[in-house]
Design a protein around this ligand. Structure first.
Ligand code: PRP
Length: 183
């Protein structure tokens, strides 16, 4: 393989690009309704949420701003390492703002638990979480999720922002990673 090790192949499509687009449009409309008359700040969580954030931000079509935060929890493997690390901070103050965190996936809940605690110390007016994929069965930390795209089974998925070892984020569909063959 290459310097990044063995990269798995995307297999069966779990959620097609058409299903994603339809759901993102619905989520956008719901958020547009819920935040009518307000000027929320969408916070995309790097890197996985970048594609979803770009689409949802446009679908909501609100007078809103967009910023990003970098957080990393997974090691090189397919499971979270348990520790959460801030890799990039926001570029603006969120004091008094209505913040909507945009995540691609909630797995154990550690990342979003950390983010909610971190952002709460900055005195926003409100914090909500919009997640595209919710791997409910894997939850270890109880975190409130306000908007969910799809509940999914405990399978490693790639595409639409989600990666395996840095690859496959640019796939338009969400696919299940094929198991790597034993050497
Ligand atoms: C993934 C995903 C979430 C987090 C969810 O990020 O984007 O941020 O893991 O897992 P958790 O609920 O168990 O904390 P990852 O660390 O893979 O980084 P990436 O977004 O840059 O791919």
């Amino acid at each position: 393989m290459d310097a990044h090790g063995e990269v798995g192949r995307p297999g069966r499509i779990l959620i097609s690009r058409h299903e994603i687009a339809a759901r993102v449009a619905e989520l956008g409309l719901t958020i547009r309704r819920d935040y009518a008359g307000r000027f929320p700040l969408f916070v995309g969580v790097l890197k996985g949420a970048i594609v979803f954030a770009a689409d949802l931000f446009r679908a909501a079509a609100l007078p809103a701003s967009l910023d990003f935060m970098g957080v990393s929890s997974y090691g090189a493997g397919q499971r979270p390492s348990g520790s959460v690390r801030l890799t990039a901070d926001l570029s603006m103050s969120i004091e008094g703002r209505d913040v909507i965190i945009i995540e691609d996936i909630v797995d154990t809940g550690r990342t979003i638990g950390y983010l909610r605690r971190n952002l709460a110390t900055r005195h926003p007016r409100s914090i909500a979480l919009c997640v595209l994929l919710d791997k409910v069965a894997r939850r270890e930390v109880d975190v409130p999720v306000d908007y969910v795209g799809f509940a999914i089974p405990d399978e490693f998925v790639v595409g639409y922002g989600l990666d395996h070892r840095g690859y496959h984020r640019n796939l338009r569909d969400i696919a299940v990673l094929e198991p790597t063959e034993a050497p």
